[in-house]
Design a protein around this ligand. Structure first.
Ligand SMILES: *Cc1c(COP(=O)(O)O)cnc(C)c1O
Length: 469
Protein backbone atom coordinates (compact mmCIF):
# COMPACT_ATOMS: atom_id res chain seq x y z
CA UNK A 1 0.00 0.00 0.00
CA UNK A 2 1.05 3.61 -0.46
CA UNK A 3 0.98 6.11 2.44
CA UNK A 4 -1.50 4.85 4.99
CA UNK A 5 -4.63 6.93 5.37
CA UNK A 6 -4.49 8.61 8.82
CA UNK A 7 -8.19 7.74 9.23
CA UNK A 8 -7.46 4.03 8.92
CA UNK A 9 -7.48 2.10 12.19
CA UNK A 10 -4.23 0.33 13.09
CA UNK A 11 -5.74 -3.09 12.40
CA UNK A 12 -6.01 -2.13 8.70
CA UNK A 13 -2.55 -0.70 8.24
CA UNK A 14 -1.18 -3.92 9.76
CA UNK A 15 -3.40 -6.17 7.66
CA UNK A 16 -2.14 -8.33 4.81
CA UNK A 17 -3.82 -8.73 1.42
CA UNK A 18 -7.04 -6.68 1.60
CA UNK A 19 -8.72 -9.02 -0.92
CA UNK A 20 -8.04 -12.22 1.06
CA UNK A 21 -10.78 -14.18 2.82
CA UNK A 22 -9.32 -14.96 6.26
CA UNK A 23 -10.30 -18.47 7.27
CA UNK A 24 -11.24 -17.53 10.82
CA UNK A 25 -13.69 -14.88 9.62
CA UNK A 26 -15.21 -16.49 6.52
CA UNK A 27 -16.99 -19.86 6.20
CA UNK A 28 -14.47 -22.68 5.62
CA UNK A 29 -15.83 -23.15 2.09
CA UNK A 30 -15.29 -19.51 1.04
CA UNK A 31 -12.81 -18.99 -1.78
CA UNK A 32 -12.33 -17.08 -4.98
CA UNK A 33 -12.96 -18.95 -8.22
CA UNK A 34 -10.79 -18.64 -11.33
CA UNK A 35 -12.55 -15.41 -12.27
CA UNK A 36 -11.87 -13.90 -8.84
CA UNK A 37 -15.51 -14.21 -7.78
CA UNK A 38 -16.22 -15.19 -4.19
CA UNK A 39 -17.99 -18.50 -3.87
CA UNK A 40 -19.43 -20.18 -0.79
CA UNK A 41 -19.93 -23.96 -0.75
CA UNK A 42 -19.14 -24.01 -4.48
CA UNK A 43 -21.77 -21.42 -5.42
CA UNK A 44 -20.61 -18.05 -6.76
CA UNK A 45 -22.18 -15.10 -5.00
CA UNK A 46 -22.70 -13.42 -8.39
CA UNK A 47 -24.87 -16.38 -9.47
CA UNK A 48 -26.88 -16.25 -6.25
CA UNK A 49 -27.45 -12.54 -6.75
CA UNK A 50 -28.63 -13.09 -10.32
CA UNK A 51 -31.35 -15.36 -8.99
CA UNK A 52 -32.20 -13.71 -5.68
CA UNK A 53 -31.11 -10.05 -5.88
CA UNK A 54 -29.51 -7.93 -3.20
CA UNK A 55 -29.25 -7.44 -0.31
CA UNK A 56 -28.95 -11.16 0.23
CA UNK A 57 -28.16 -13.25 3.28
CA UNK A 58 -26.18 -16.36 2.31
CA UNK A 59 -25.85 -19.19 4.81
CA UNK A 60 -23.30 -22.00 4.53
CA UNK A 61 -25.36 -24.95 5.74
CA UNK A 62 -22.38 -27.27 6.22
CA UNK A 63 -20.53 -24.66 8.25
CA UNK A 64 -23.53 -24.21 10.51
CA UNK A 65 -24.14 -27.94 10.99
CA UNK A 66 -20.44 -28.64 11.55
CA UNK A 67 -20.17 -25.95 14.18
CA UNK A 68 -23.28 -27.23 15.95
CA UNK A 69 -21.80 -30.73 16.18
CA UNK A 70 -18.40 -29.35 17.13
CA UNK A 71 -19.68 -27.44 20.14
CA UNK A 72 -21.65 -30.47 21.35
CA UNK A 73 -18.60 -32.71 20.94
CA UNK A 74 -16.31 -30.19 22.64
CA UNK A 75 -18.34 -30.24 25.84
CA UNK A 76 -19.73 -33.78 25.60
CA UNK A 77 -16.32 -35.40 25.16
CA UNK A 78 -15.04 -33.57 28.24
CA UNK A 79 -17.98 -34.28 30.55
CA UNK A 80 -18.52 -37.93 29.56
CA UNK A 81 -15.37 -39.24 31.36
CA UNK A 82 -16.64 -37.46 34.48
CA UNK A 83 -19.93 -39.33 34.35
CA UNK A 84 -21.76 -36.12 33.53
CA UNK A 85 -23.63 -35.02 30.44
CA UNK A 86 -23.37 -31.83 28.42
CA UNK A 87 -26.50 -30.31 26.95
CA UNK A 88 -26.12 -27.67 24.28
CA UNK A 89 -29.09 -25.41 23.74
CA UNK A 90 -28.84 -23.39 20.53
CA UNK A 91 -29.92 -19.82 21.32
CA UNK A 92 -32.67 -19.47 18.72
CA UNK A 93 -32.73 -15.69 18.85
CA UNK A 94 -29.41 -15.60 16.99
CA UNK A 95 -31.06 -16.93 13.83
CA UNK A 96 -34.12 -19.13 13.55
CA UNK A 97 -35.90 -20.67 10.61
CA UNK A 98 -37.71 -24.01 10.46
CA UNK A 99 -34.75 -25.63 8.70
CA UNK A 100 -32.26 -24.22 11.15
CA UNK A 101 -34.34 -25.61 14.02
CA UNK A 102 -34.31 -29.06 12.40
CA UNK A 103 -30.58 -28.92 11.66
CA UNK A 104 -29.92 -28.20 15.33
CA UNK A 105 -32.22 -31.02 16.39
CA UNK A 106 -30.52 -33.38 13.94
CA UNK A 107 -27.07 -32.38 15.25
CA UNK A 108 -28.20 -33.44 18.73
CA UNK A 109 -28.68 -29.97 20.13
CA UNK A 110 -31.60 -28.57 22.06
CA UNK A 111 -33.11 -25.15 21.41
CA UNK A 112 -33.46 -22.17 23.69
CA UNK A 113 -36.45 -20.00 22.91
CA UNK A 114 -37.30 -16.73 24.61
CA UNK A 115 -40.76 -15.85 23.30
CA UNK A 116 -44.01 -17.45 22.21
CA UNK A 117 -43.00 -16.78 18.61
CA UNK A 118 -39.70 -18.62 18.84
CA UNK A 119 -41.42 -21.43 20.76
CA UNK A 120 -44.17 -21.74 18.13
CA UNK A 121 -41.68 -21.87 15.28
CA UNK A 122 -39.53 -24.54 16.96
CA UNK A 123 -42.61 -26.68 17.64
CA UNK A 124 -44.00 -26.15 14.13
CA UNK A 125 -40.62 -27.19 12.70
CA UNK A 126 -40.91 -30.47 14.56
CA UNK A 127 -38.56 -29.94 17.49
CA UNK A 128 -40.09 -31.92 20.37
CA UNK A 129 -40.84 -30.08 23.60
CA UNK A 130 -38.34 -32.15 25.55
CA UNK A 131 -35.61 -30.58 23.38
CA UNK A 132 -36.67 -27.02 24.25
CA UNK A 133 -35.90 -24.55 27.00
CA UNK A 134 -37.89 -21.36 27.62
CA UNK A 135 -36.20 -18.16 28.72
CA UNK A 136 -37.43 -14.63 29.22
CA UNK A 137 -37.71 -12.00 31.93
CA UNK A 138 -41.40 -11.35 31.25
CA UNK A 139 -43.06 -14.56 30.12
CA UNK A 140 -46.78 -14.19 29.52
CA UNK A 141 -49.42 -16.60 30.86
CA UNK A 142 -49.96 -17.79 27.30
CA UNK A 143 -46.27 -18.44 26.76
CA UNK A 144 -46.04 -20.42 30.00
CA UNK A 145 -49.16 -22.44 29.20
CA UNK A 146 -47.98 -23.25 25.66
CA UNK A 147 -44.50 -24.23 26.86
CA UNK A 148 -45.81 -26.49 29.61
CA UNK A 149 -48.39 -28.03 27.28
CA UNK A 150 -45.56 -28.78 24.82
CA UNK A 151 -43.57 -30.45 27.60
CA UNK A 152 -40.52 -28.20 27.39
CA UNK A 153 -37.50 -29.63 29.20
CA UNK A 154 -36.93 -26.52 31.23
CA UNK A 155 -38.31 -23.12 31.99
CA UNK A 156 -35.73 -20.71 33.25
CA UNK A 157 -37.20 -18.77 36.17
CA UNK A 158 -36.07 -15.17 36.00
CA UNK A 159 -37.72 -13.73 39.12
CA UNK A 160 -39.20 -14.75 42.47
CA UNK A 161 -42.74 -14.13 41.23
CA UNK A 162 -42.37 -16.69 38.47
CA UNK A 163 -42.18 -19.56 40.94
CA UNK A 164 -45.87 -19.29 41.72
CA UNK A 165 -46.89 -18.44 38.17
CA UNK A 166 -45.09 -21.41 36.62
CA UNK A 167 -46.25 -23.77 39.38
CA UNK A 168 -49.88 -22.65 38.95
CA UNK A 169 -49.64 -23.05 35.17
CA UNK A 170 -48.13 -26.53 35.59
CA UNK A 171 -50.91 -27.51 37.99
CA UNK A 172 -53.56 -26.34 35.54
CA UNK A 173 -51.89 -28.51 32.89
CA UNK A 174 -51.51 -31.45 35.27
CA UNK A 175 -47.76 -31.44 34.64
CA UNK A 176 -44.57 -31.44 36.64
CA UNK A 177 -42.34 -28.80 35.07
CA UNK A 178 -38.54 -28.75 35.16
CA UNK A 179 -37.22 -25.33 36.10
CA UNK A 180 -33.88 -23.59 36.38
CA UNK A 181 -33.19 -20.39 38.22
CA UNK A 182 -31.32 -17.63 36.40
CA UNK A 183 -28.79 -16.04 38.69
CA UNK A 184 -27.27 -12.64 38.31
CA UNK A 185 -23.78 -13.77 39.22
CA UNK A 186 -22.34 -10.26 39.16
CA UNK A 187 -19.91 -11.38 36.47
CA UNK A 188 -20.26 -9.52 33.24
CA UNK A 189 -17.83 -10.52 30.59
CA UNK A 190 -16.96 -8.38 27.65
CA UNK A 191 -14.58 -9.01 24.81
CA UNK A 192 -11.35 -8.16 26.55
CA UNK A 193 -12.12 -8.04 30.25
CA UNK A 194 -14.71 -9.09 32.72
CA UNK A 195 -16.13 -7.26 35.65
CA UNK A 196 -17.09 -9.15 38.77
CA UNK A 197 -19.31 -7.06 40.98
CA UNK A 198 -21.60 -7.83 43.89
CA UNK A 199 -24.65 -7.41 41.75
CA UNK A 200 -25.03 -6.14 38.28
CA UNK A 201 -27.54 -3.40 37.56
CA UNK A 202 -29.59 -5.15 34.89
CA UNK A 203 -32.95 -6.80 34.43
CA UNK A 204 -32.07 -10.49 34.17
CA UNK A 205 -31.92 -13.06 36.92
CA UNK A 206 -31.99 -12.91 40.71
CA UNK A 207 -29.18 -12.04 43.12
CA UNK A 208 -27.08 -14.88 44.50
CA UNK A 209 -28.31 -14.00 48.01
CA UNK A 210 -31.93 -14.58 46.95
CA UNK A 211 -31.27 -18.02 45.51
CA UNK A 212 -31.74 -20.20 48.64
CA UNK A 213 -35.13 -18.66 49.41
CA UNK A 214 -36.40 -18.96 45.84
CA UNK A 215 -35.18 -22.54 45.45
CA UNK A 216 -36.90 -23.44 48.73
CA UNK A 217 -40.11 -22.01 47.26
CA UNK A 218 -39.59 -24.07 44.09
CA UNK A 219 -39.07 -27.23 46.12
CA UNK A 220 -42.21 -26.52 48.11
CA UNK A 221 -44.26 -26.79 44.93
CA UNK A 222 -44.83 -30.40 43.82
CA UNK A 223 -45.62 -29.17 40.28
CA UNK A 224 -42.02 -28.01 39.88
CA UNK A 225 -38.82 -30.02 39.57
CA UNK A 226 -35.68 -28.04 40.33
CA UNK A 227 -32.92 -28.66 37.75
CA UNK A 228 -30.25 -26.21 38.83
CA UNK A 229 -28.82 -22.73 38.48
CA UNK A 230 -28.31 -20.76 35.30
CA UNK A 231 -26.14 -17.81 34.41
CA UNK A 232 -25.46 -16.02 31.16
CA UNK A 233 -22.67 -13.52 31.58
CA UNK A 234 -22.77 -11.72 28.26
CA UNK A 235 -22.01 -12.04 24.59
CA UNK A 236 -19.05 -12.11 22.23
CA UNK A 237 -16.75 -13.36 25.02
CA UNK A 238 -13.32 -14.46 23.82
CA UNK A 239 -11.77 -15.87 27.01
CA UNK A 240 -12.56 -18.39 29.72
CA UNK A 241 -12.11 -16.03 32.71
CA UNK A 242 -15.67 -14.78 33.04
CA UNK A 243 -17.18 -18.27 32.68
CA UNK A 244 -14.76 -19.65 35.27
CA UNK A 245 -15.60 -16.91 37.76
CA UNK A 246 -19.35 -17.33 37.23
CA UNK A 247 -19.04 -21.12 37.57
CA UNK A 248 -17.18 -20.80 40.87
CA UNK A 249 -19.73 -18.34 42.25
CA UNK A 250 -22.68 -20.49 41.20
CA UNK A 251 -21.15 -23.76 42.40
CA UNK A 252 -20.81 -22.47 45.97
CA UNK A 253 -24.53 -21.85 46.08
CA UNK A 254 -25.11 -25.09 44.15
CA UNK A 255 -23.30 -26.95 46.96
CA UNK A 256 -25.49 -25.32 49.63
CA UNK A 257 -28.61 -26.22 47.64
CA UNK A 258 -27.59 -29.89 47.53
CA UNK A 259 -28.37 -29.97 51.27
CA UNK A 260 -32.06 -29.57 50.44
CA UNK A 261 -32.49 -31.92 47.48
CA UNK A 262 -31.07 -32.84 44.08
CA UNK A 263 -29.42 -30.25 41.82
CA UNK A 264 -28.70 -32.24 38.67
CA UNK A 265 -27.48 -29.44 36.38
CA UNK A 266 -25.49 -26.27 36.04
CA UNK A 267 -26.20 -24.03 33.06
CA UNK A 268 -23.47 -21.54 32.19
CA UNK A 269 -25.26 -19.85 29.29
CA UNK A 270 -23.82 -18.78 25.96
CA UNK A 271 -21.83 -15.85 24.66
CA UNK A 272 -18.86 -17.58 23.00
CA UNK A 273 -17.20 -15.06 20.71
CA UNK A 274 -16.34 -15.16 17.02
CA UNK A 275 -13.95 -13.19 14.81
CA UNK A 276 -15.69 -10.42 12.88
CA UNK A 277 -12.45 -9.00 11.53
CA UNK A 278 -9.08 -10.56 10.69
CA UNK A 279 -7.31 -9.05 13.71
CA UNK A 280 -9.78 -10.72 16.10
CA UNK A 281 -9.22 -14.23 17.33
CA UNK A 282 -12.05 -16.70 17.12
CA UNK A 283 -12.75 -18.77 20.18
CA UNK A 284 -11.44 -22.30 19.76
CA UNK A 285 -14.39 -24.04 21.31
CA UNK A 286 -12.32 -27.03 22.44
CA UNK A 287 -9.99 -24.75 24.41
CA UNK A 288 -12.89 -22.93 25.95
CA UNK A 289 -14.51 -26.24 26.88
CA UNK A 290 -11.22 -27.35 28.47
CA UNK A 291 -11.09 -24.21 30.57
CA UNK A 292 -14.72 -24.23 31.62
CA UNK A 293 -15.03 -27.95 32.35
CA UNK A 294 -11.64 -27.88 34.10
CA UNK A 295 -12.78 -25.03 36.36
CA UNK A 296 -16.01 -26.85 37.16
CA UNK A 297 -14.11 -30.04 38.02
CA UNK A 298 -11.68 -28.17 40.27
CA UNK A 299 -14.42 -26.22 42.00
CA UNK A 300 -16.51 -29.35 42.55
CA UNK A 301 -13.52 -31.13 44.04
CA UNK A 302 -12.81 -28.23 46.41
CA UNK A 303 -16.45 -28.06 47.41
CA UNK A 304 -16.76 -31.82 47.73
CA UNK A 305 -19.72 -32.15 45.35
CA UNK A 306 -20.24 -34.36 42.29
CA UNK A 307 -19.80 -32.77 38.87
CA UNK A 308 -23.31 -31.89 37.66
CA UNK A 309 -24.57 -32.20 34.11
CA UNK A 310 -23.54 -29.03 32.32
CA UNK A 311 -25.62 -26.99 29.92
CA UNK A 312 -24.60 -24.25 27.48
CA UNK A 313 -26.49 -21.91 25.20
CA UNK A 314 -24.35 -20.71 22.30
CA UNK A 315 -26.01 -18.82 19.46
CA UNK A 316 -23.49 -16.58 17.74
CA UNK A 317 -20.61 -19.09 17.82
CA UNK A 318 -22.65 -21.65 15.90
CA UNK A 319 -24.28 -19.53 13.24
CA UNK A 320 -22.38 -16.23 13.04
CA UNK A 321 -19.45 -17.41 10.88
CA UNK A 322 -21.80 -19.37 8.59
CA UNK A 323 -23.42 -16.21 7.20
CA UNK A 324 -22.35 -13.69 4.58
CA UNK A 325 -24.38 -10.67 3.44
CA UNK A 326 -24.13 -9.55 -0.19
CA UNK A 327 -24.97 -6.02 -1.29
CA UNK A 328 -24.92 -4.05 -4.52
CA UNK A 329 -22.62 -1.06 -4.35
CA UNK A 330 -24.24 2.27 -5.25
CA UNK A 331 -23.17 5.86 -4.68
CA UNK A 332 -19.53 6.49 -3.86
CA UNK A 333 -18.51 9.75 -2.22
CA UNK A 334 -15.13 11.02 -1.04
CA UNK A 335 -15.33 13.11 2.10
CA UNK A 336 -12.32 15.31 2.81
CA UNK A 337 -11.41 15.70 6.45
CA UNK A 338 -8.74 17.47 8.46
CA UNK A 339 -6.82 15.23 10.82
CA UNK A 340 -3.88 15.88 13.14
CA UNK A 341 -1.72 14.38 10.42
CA UNK A 342 -3.07 16.65 7.72
CA UNK A 343 -5.91 16.31 5.20
CA UNK A 344 -7.38 12.88 4.61
CA UNK A 345 -10.16 11.35 2.58
CA UNK A 346 -12.75 8.89 3.73
CA UNK A 347 -14.57 7.21 0.90
CA UNK A 348 -18.22 6.43 1.60
CA UNK A 349 -19.56 3.52 -0.44
CA UNK A 350 -23.33 3.16 -0.21
CA UNK A 351 -25.07 -0.19 -0.46
CA UNK A 352 -28.70 -1.16 -1.02
CA UNK A 353 -29.35 -2.21 2.60
CA UNK A 354 -27.98 -0.97 5.88
CA UNK A 355 -29.28 -0.81 9.43
CA UNK A 356 -32.41 -2.68 8.36
CA UNK A 357 -30.37 -5.84 7.62
CA UNK A 358 -27.38 -5.17 9.91
CA UNK A 359 -28.40 -3.44 13.10
CA UNK A 360 -25.27 -4.41 15.01
CA UNK A 361 -23.03 -1.66 13.71
CA UNK A 362 -25.54 1.06 14.60
CA UNK A 363 -26.51 -0.62 17.87
CA UNK A 364 -23.13 -1.65 19.26
CA UNK A 365 -20.54 -0.01 17.05
CA UNK A 366 -19.70 -3.51 15.82
CA UNK A 367 -16.86 -3.91 13.34
CA UNK A 368 -16.95 -5.86 10.09
CA UNK A 369 -14.90 -6.45 6.98
CA UNK A 370 -16.00 -6.03 3.40
CA UNK A 371 -14.77 -7.63 0.19
CA UNK A 372 -15.37 -7.01 -3.48
CA UNK A 373 -17.31 -10.17 -4.30
CA UNK A 374 -17.69 -10.23 -8.09
CA UNK A 375 -14.04 -9.81 -9.13
CA UNK A 376 -10.48 -9.26 -8.03
CA UNK A 377 -8.98 -5.89 -8.79
CA UNK A 378 -5.45 -4.64 -9.26
CA UNK A 379 -6.44 -1.10 -8.26
CA UNK A 380 -4.80 0.38 -5.19
CA UNK A 381 -6.67 -0.30 -1.92
CA UNK A 382 -8.41 2.72 -0.38
CA UNK A 383 -10.01 3.26 3.00
CA UNK A 384 -13.80 2.97 2.80
CA UNK A 385 -16.79 3.20 5.07
CA UNK A 386 -19.70 1.14 3.82
CA UNK A 387 -23.02 2.78 4.60
CA UNK A 388 -26.64 1.86 3.99
CA UNK A 389 -29.43 3.79 2.30
CA UNK A 390 -31.40 4.76 5.40
CA UNK A 391 -32.12 8.32 6.54
CA UNK A 392 -29.79 8.14 9.48
CA UNK A 393 -26.12 9.15 9.59
CA UNK A 394 -25.43 6.25 11.98
CA UNK A 395 -26.56 3.86 9.23
CA UNK A 396 -23.17 2.23 8.86
CA UNK A 397 -22.52 -1.36 7.78
CA UNK A 398 -18.73 -1.47 7.83
CA UNK A 399 -16.97 1.30 9.73
CA UNK A 400 -13.56 0.89 8.12
CA UNK A 401 -11.93 -1.44 5.66
CA UNK A 402 -9.95 -1.32 2.44
CA UNK A 403 -11.49 -1.84 -0.99
CA UNK A 404 -9.84 -1.53 -4.39
CA UNK A 405 -10.07 2.07 -5.57
CA UNK A 406 -12.14 1.08 -8.63
CA UNK A 407 -14.89 -0.64 -6.59
CA UNK A 408 -18.24 1.05 -6.96
CA UNK A 409 -21.60 0.99 -8.71
CA UNK A 410 -22.14 -2.31 -10.50
CA UNK A 411 -20.00 -4.24 -8.05
CA UNK A 412 -21.10 -6.65 -5.37
CA UNK A 413 -19.81 -6.27 -1.84
CA UNK A 414 -19.78 -9.12 0.67
CA UNK A 415 -19.67 -8.78 4.46
CA UNK A 416 -18.75 -11.96 6.38
CA UNK A 417 -19.70 -13.16 9.89
CA UNK A 418 -23.28 -12.00 9.53
CA UNK A 419 -25.09 -15.26 10.34
CA UNK A 420 -26.09 -14.30 13.89
CA UNK A 421 -28.23 -11.34 14.93
CA UNK A 422 -28.67 -10.03 11.40
CA UNK A 423 -31.77 -11.68 9.95
CA UNK A 424 -33.18 -11.91 13.47
CA UNK A 425 -32.67 -8.18 14.09
CA UNK A 426 -33.80 -7.13 10.60
CA UNK A 427 -36.43 -4.44 10.40
CA UNK A 428 -38.41 -2.36 7.93
CA UNK A 429 -37.03 1.09 8.65
CA UNK A 430 -37.75 3.38 5.66
CA UNK A 431 -40.04 0.61 4.38
CA UNK A 432 -37.19 -1.47 3.08
CA UNK A 433 -38.22 -5.07 2.62
CA UNK A 434 -36.21 -7.66 4.49
CA UNK A 435 -33.71 -9.73 2.47
CA UNK A 436 -34.11 -13.43 1.72
CA UNK A 437 -31.93 -16.09 3.32
CA UNK A 438 -30.44 -18.60 0.90
CA UNK A 439 -28.62 -21.66 2.21
CA UNK A 440 -25.83 -23.17 0.13
CA UNK A 441 -24.30 -26.64 0.46
CA UNK A 442 -22.26 -28.79 -1.94
CA UNK A 443 -22.81 -26.51 -4.91
CA UNK A 444 -26.58 -26.34 -4.43
CA UNK A 445 -28.78 -23.62 -3.00
CA UNK A 446 -32.06 -23.48 -1.15
CA UNK A 447 -34.16 -20.51 -0.13
CA UNK A 448 -34.85 -20.66 3.62
CA UNK A 449 -36.62 -17.30 3.81
CA UNK A 450 -38.05 -15.49 0.81
CA UNK A 451 -37.53 -11.80 0.14
CA UNK A 452 -40.19 -9.70 1.79
CA UNK A 453 -42.32 -7.82 -0.74
CA UNK A 454 -44.10 -4.48 -0.56
CA UNK A 455 -47.34 -6.47 -0.64
CA UNK A 456 -46.22 -8.25 2.54
CA UNK A 457 -45.42 -4.89 4.08
CA UNK A 458 -48.59 -3.10 3.06
CA UNK A 459 -50.89 -5.97 4.02
CA UNK A 460 -51.08 -4.62 7.56
CA UNK A 461 -51.87 -1.04 6.57
CA UNK A 462 -55.67 -0.84 6.76
CA UNK A 463 -55.62 2.39 4.73
CA UNK A 464 -54.67 0.34 1.69
CA UNK A 465 -57.65 -2.02 1.78
CA UNK A 466 -55.66 -5.17 2.31
CA UNK A 467 -52.54 -4.13 0.48
CA UNK A 468 -51.64 -2.56 -2.82
CA UNK A 469 -48.48 -2.72 -4.93
C1 LIG B 1 -28.49 -14.26 23.99
C2 LIG B 1 -28.40 -15.39 24.94
C3 LIG B 1 -27.66 -16.51 24.61
C4 LIG B 1 -26.83 -16.62 23.35
O1 LIG B 1 -25.83 -15.69 23.29
P1 LIG B 1 -24.72 -15.81 22.12
O2 LIG B 1 -23.87 -14.62 22.34
O3 LIG B 1 -25.45 -15.78 20.83
O4 LIG B 1 -24.02 -17.10 22.34
C5 LIG B 1 -27.68 -17.56 25.50
N1 LIG B 1 -28.38 -17.51 26.65
C6 LIG B 1 -29.10 -16.43 27.00
C7 LIG B 1 -29.87 -16.45 28.26
C8 LIG B 1 -29.13 -15.34 26.17
O5 LIG B 1 -29.84 -14.26 26.52
Amino acid sequence: MTTPNPLAPARLTAAGDPQALPAHVWPASARRDDDGRIEIAGVALTDLVERHGTPLYVLDETELRTRARRVLDAFGSRTAPLGARAHVYYAAKAFLTADVARWMRDAGLRLDVATGGELALALAAGVPGERLGLHGNDKSDDELATAIEAGVASIVLDSAEEVGRVADAARRAGAVQGVRLRVNSGVHASTHEYLATAREDQKFGVALAQVPGIVAAVRARPELRFLGLHSHIGSQILGVGGFAEAARRLLEVHRDLLGGGPVPELNLGGGFGIAYTADQEAVAIEELADGIVGTVVDACRELGVPVPDLAFEPGRWIVGPAGVTVYSAGTTKDVELQTEDGPAVRRYVSVDGGMSDNLRTALYGAEYEVRLANRLSTAEPVLVRVVGKHCESGDVVVQADLLPADAGRGDLLAVPATGAYHHSLANNYNLLTRPPVVAVADGAERVLITRETLTDLFARDTGLAGGAA
